[in-house]
Each structure stands twice: as structure tokens, then as C-alpha cells.
Design a protein around this ligand. Structure first.
Ligand code: SF4
Length: 485
């Protein structure tokens, strides 16, 4: 197995795993050719250019061998085309907007990023958020929000969509869209991970896209809230608000650039900039600030009532989609209440591929899986194509170990093992009060005052759902690919 530590950053995964497609990727100035053999990627060194100093370990015929598990494990991968987009989402860009008095900057922070920062600072997640809020406001940020409410909306929409599709499939007063199904059985795939969605759009196209939930991700939902009801309440034009999110991966920058995530009519991006967790730490360092030493400031309560703002969690480091959809489906479809706490999961091929089954009166009624990392995604794709997939719902995430292990998270220090860091992240992430999305009072307010409808209603579908595009394999120039996003 090749050891690529340090100097090589592998690029867009989709290019690597395109069946039978030889492609060229740029790695630190050197060009490599790729092709696929039995689920492995062979990288062939093609041309040396000045500045490339990595010595590539050689396999037979001078090839360099990387297993899919190795190269697809990095969600920080970007193509040269995608770099065009990423340059516009940086700490420098944020600083420029902060210096512009005509622009109001609002920042939304993901719970995975807070977990990573809190482990780094050695503080609780709540204390970390308070320090970070104070730091960002000291730079001129107007409000610092979190993505708990938007995650809850995303979970509710995903679960309601599943129930509607299941009912439509089984002729139970279904008002949902025609269900995506194979073998006469419903299949819904998670939609919150842009790494996975990008791969599905470019590599599997129309065959797989109908299976993907149309519910927007938490980032997309908070973008809609900020540029919609929040701008309205603040009396600021959406174009005068610069919305920046802090996320665990670079793929979220690409998601923010999708043409689907712009304000209705005005076509203003709902999220203008995404910074990774690590970039936020760099921003503090650029400003000469040690976040750990800052006092704890207040949390902004702009979306909430007078009650003190608190962080609430839900089981599952990648948002907890499987956990929530299974609970809602069990209750709504079968009148079956699942006990509180995390659902029992059975490990399949590896720790990143697990399943849970709901049996009622000895009969299996639902089978859900979570498949993290491209090795396991490939397995699910193969099952769907061969009509052997037995799952009703699959929580698919591009990163092995899910979002807590995103490519933009703060890396282990020294000889700290990745597993040890992930354990600490998981502990911090879940070290807040747990609350079901449906008992979040802000969710009721948003459905009533903004959406004007209930979960998966027509109004909710127009505001909280999206669509996908078959982008096919492409050899378009960088700017053209950037426009596709
Ligand atoms: S699994 Fe999570 S962190 Fe990784 S690419 Fe997907 S959304 Fe980003």
C-alpha cells in the first residue's frame, strides 16, 4: 500500500472511481494517470514538473497502488476546477467582507466543528461556542448562529418524506412523490453529504438520483433561513448579508455554490462562504488570538425567544438521519414506539457499514443501514444496480466515520491516533442535552411563521427541498465545471 502522507493531496474522488475511465489529476504539480482495477485505483506517474519532490512508491510496472479506502478517505479532495470555487471562500474573503461597512456578516457554526474545536481547546462544547461567538463578534460579525434548528428541520423533512413515499408505495393515502423503488420496495438515500451527492450526480446520474432524499442539508436550510426570514426580520436585503458557515469539510464549499441554493427570484447565494473548522483556527491564529484564553461571551439568540440559548444534540455524529427516520417511520407507519437512546446497530463488513432492523411480531418491516466512506458506498451502489439492496433507507456519508471525521476538521497532534481523536470528538459532540427535533420549539415557529405549512407539505417542499442534476463524466474546463455547481 502506498504511503502518501504529507506531500500529496489526492483530488476529486469521482475522477478516481469512474469505471474504466482513465483520467488525469494534478498532484502538487505532477501529473498522474489513473485507471481502475478490481476496486482499486492505480496511479501511473506520467510527467515530472519542477517543484514536485514526492517519491512515489512503485508497484509492478512502475505503477503506484492506492486502495479505494485510502484515496477516498479524504473529504478534503478538490479538483483544479473546484479550486476556482474554493478560492472565493476563504478567511481572506471573509475579512474583506468584514471590512465593508455596507455588508452585515452572519456566521452559522456546525456542531461537528464545535466538537472539533472543543477537543482542541480542551473546553466543553458550550464554553467553546461562547468563546468562538465572542471572537467572531470582535471581528465585526453581526450574529453567530448554530445549525441545530436547521438540522432539526432537515431531519423532520427527511423523515416526513420517507413516510410519505412509503405510504405512496403501499397505497396508504400517500401524498408523496412517486417513490423511488426497486424490487417493489422503497429505497431512500440520505442527502446531507455533498461529497456523496457530487459523486452520485457525476458518476451514477439518473439511475441513482431518484433514490436520494430531496430534503436540504442543515447548511442549506440555515442558508435559506438567514437569507429569508432573518433578513426580513432584520430589514436587510439578502444581497447585503454575507452568510458564512463553519463546517467539517471542504465539500460544503461546493454545496454552497450550487445554483439550487440561491434566494428565490434574486438568485443571491444563501451561503456565501464556508470555512472549515481548521480554517477558523487559522483565522484566530492570523489575528493573534488563542481561543482557549478568551472569556466566554453570550450566545446570540436571534432565532429564539427570550429563553437562554442552548445547544441541543441528537444521536449520530453525521446528523443522526438513520436514527431519526427509523423512529418516525416506526411510529407513523406501524404505531411502534422505539425506546429512547441510540438504536442498536449491527456491524456488517466493517465499522462504517452497519444496519438496524425493525421487526414487529417477528416480521421484518424496515431495514436501514449507514454506509460511510466510498468503499461502502460502492457496495450499496452495486447492490442497487444488481437489485439486491434490502434497505429501505441508507444514511450515506462520504467520509469514513462520518462528519466528525470530515477533511476540514482539526487534525490529530503528534502521535495521537485518529481513533483516539474520534473517540474524544464523539464524546464532546454528544455532551449536550439530547432533544428530538419535533420537540424543538423553534421548529414550530419556523413552520408556522416562515414555511406556512407542516413537514413535507407543498410549502415545505418548495422551501426545504432541492433537486439533483445528472452531471455525467466531464472533461469540461475548470470554469465550466465551476458553473455546474
Ligand atoms: S461525510 Fe460529512 S464531513 Fe464528510 S464530506 Fe460528507 S458532509 Fe462533509
Amino acid at each position: 500500500m502506498a504511503n502518501f502522507s504529507g506531500a500529496i493531496k489526492l483530488t476529486d474522488l469521482n475522477d478516481f472511481i469512474a469505471p474504466s475511465q482513465a483520467c488525469t489529476v494534478a498532484l502538487n504539480g505532477s501529473k498522474l494517470e489513473t485507471n481502475i482495477q478490481d476496486g482499486e485505483v492505480l496511479l501511473h506517474k506520467r510527467a515530472e514538473v519542477p517543484g514536485f519532490s514526492q517519491t512515489l512508491p512503485s508497484g509492478p510496472n512502475g505503477s503506484v497502488k492506492v486502495t479505494l479506502h485510502d484515496c477516498l478517505a479524504c473529504s478534503g479532495c478538490v479538483t483544479s476546477a473546484e479550486t476556482v470555487l474554493l478560492e472565493h471562500q476563504s478567511t481572506e474573503e471573509l475579512s474583506e467582507r468584514l471590512a465593508d461597512p455596507s455588508i452585515s456578516v452572519i456566521v452559522s457554526v456546525s456542531p461537528q466543528s464545535l466538537a472539533s474545536l472543543s477537543v482542541e481547546l480542551g473546553k466543553t462544547i458550550e464554553a467553546t461556542f461562547k468563546k468562538l461567538s465572542g471572537f467572531l463578534r470582535s471581528l465585526g460579525v453581526l450574529y453567530v448562529l448554530d445549525t441545530v434548528d436547521s438540522r432539526d428541520l432537515s431531519l423532520l423533512e427527511t423523515a416526513s418524506e420517507f413516510v410519505a413515499r412509503y405510504r405512496a408505495q403501499h397505497g396508504q393515502n400517500g401524498s408523496g412523490k412517486p417513490p423511488a423503488k426497486r424490487h417493489g420496495q422503497l429505497l431512500q438515500l440520505a442527502s446531507a453529504c455533498p461529497g456523496w451527492v457530487c459523486y452520485a450526480e457525476k458518476t451514477h446520474g439518473d439511475y441513482i438520483l431518484p433514490y436520494i432524499s430531496t430534503a436540504k442539508s442543515p447548511q442549506a436550510v440555515i442558508g435559506s433561513i438567514v437569507k429569508g426570514p432573518l433578513c426580513k426580520r432584520l430589514g436587510i436585503q439578502p444581497g447585503k448579508v454575507y452568510h458564512c458557515t463553519i463546517m467539517p469539510c471542504y465539500d460544503k464549499k461546493l454545496e454552497a455554490s450550487r445554483e439550487d441554493f440561491t434566494t428565490p427570484g434574486e438568485q443571491v447565494p444563501e451561503t456565501d462562504c464556508v470555512l472549515t473548522t481548521e480554517e477558523v483556527l487559522q483565522l484566530a491564529s492570523q489575528k493573534g488570538i488563542d481561543l482557549a484564553l478568551l472569556p466566554e461571551d453570550h450566545l446570540d439568540n436571534v432565532l429564539h425567544s427570550a429563553e437562554e440559548k442552548r445547544l441541543y444534540g441528537w444521536p449520530g455524529g453525521s446528523g443522526g438521519y438513520l436514527q431519526f427516520v427509523m423512529r418516525v417511520a416506526a411510529q407513523e407507519l406501524f404505531g411502534h414506539s422505539l425506546p429512547p437512546g441510540s438504536l442498536p446497530m449491527r456491524t456488517l463488513r466493517n465499522a462504517d457499514f452497519q444496519e438496524t432492523v425493525l421487526e414487529i411480531d417477528g416480521r421484518e418491516v424496515l431495514r436501514f443501514a449507514q454506509a460511510y466512506g466510498f468503499r461502502n458506498i460502492q457496495t450499496v451502489m452495486r447492490q442497487v444496480k444488481q437489485n439486491t439492496c434490502r434497505y429501505h433507507y441508507v444514511e450515506i456519508m462520504a467520509c469514513p466515520s462520518g462528519c466528525l471525521n470530515g477533511g476540514g476538521q482539526i487534525k490529530p497532534h503528534g502521535d495521537q491516533a485518529v481513533g483516539e481523536l474520534l473517540h474524544a470528538l464523539d464524546k464532546q459532540y454528544h455532551d449536550v442535552p439530547m432533544r428530538t427535533p419535533s420537540s424543538n420549539p423553534m421548529v414550530d415557529v419556523l413552520y408556522r411563521d416562515w414555511v406556512g405549512g407542516f413537514p413535507y407539505s407543498e410549502a415545505a417542499q418548495s422551501l426545504l427541498h432541492t433537486q439533483y442534476h445528472n452531471r455525467g463524466q466531464t472533461s469540461k474546463p475548470a470554469q465550466a465545471i465551476a458553473r455546474d455547481w
